[in-house]
Write a protein that binds this ligand. Sequence first.
Ligand SMILES: [Zn+2]
Length: 250
Amino acid sequence: MPASTETAEHGLYKKPVYRVSREDSEHPVILVCEHASSYIPDQLNALGLSPEAAKEHIAWDIGALKLAERLSKTLGATLISAAYSRLLIDLNRPLEAPDSIPPRSEIYDVPGNRELPESVRRYRQQTLFTPFHQRLDELIDARLAAGREVRIVAVHSFTPVYHGQPRRLEAGVLYARAATYAHGMLDGLAAHGLNVAANQPYEIDVLGDMTVPFHGDRRGIDAVLLEVRNDLLRTPEALESWTDYLAPLL
Ligand SMILES: [Zn+2]
């Protein structure tokens, strides 16, 4: 169905909504970075957030794209990453989730998402959400059609302080069905002395998550969501260390 042209946001999303690198990779892993970008078109005035809040972790996963790009380069693996902020629409939430287009995120109200007309909601769904997931579907389909093995690794980061509480966890591997794959990664990270845990700081929720349940578990494909604490992804050296830890485990 073509996107409606009768919305206040028509024509705002001019730049490509995702980027795919190393599409022709032979590596089984497809890296996914749904929260790669804090970009919100200027005309939306940062959805009413202060400039500082609009660059904070609520708008994107700080450091996640850099880590995903390094893993993609090291492994030679395909990476699909989003080009718009998750505050416009969250690519890792089903469309039915209440926080698909969040009116509030952690401690911040998001005024630009309040009382959004249904036509604008649909426009964001059709313009930002659907093309990303169709493209990821196509990448998976092409590999399965060629009889190739596929694994999905979504790369995310989490904030060191959440609702005022500091977090000691350094990384989490989140999964629902891919227990063996996930625990191999966790054991490998723990062997480096890292503070890691399964399904921390969040859990995979069929109603709250998109990539792992929809593209992975539903299709019988090993899929995990990696979360690294974002204060550990701030320097090239730190990114290099995480790449070295993770690449052999994927
Ligand atoms: Zn995330």
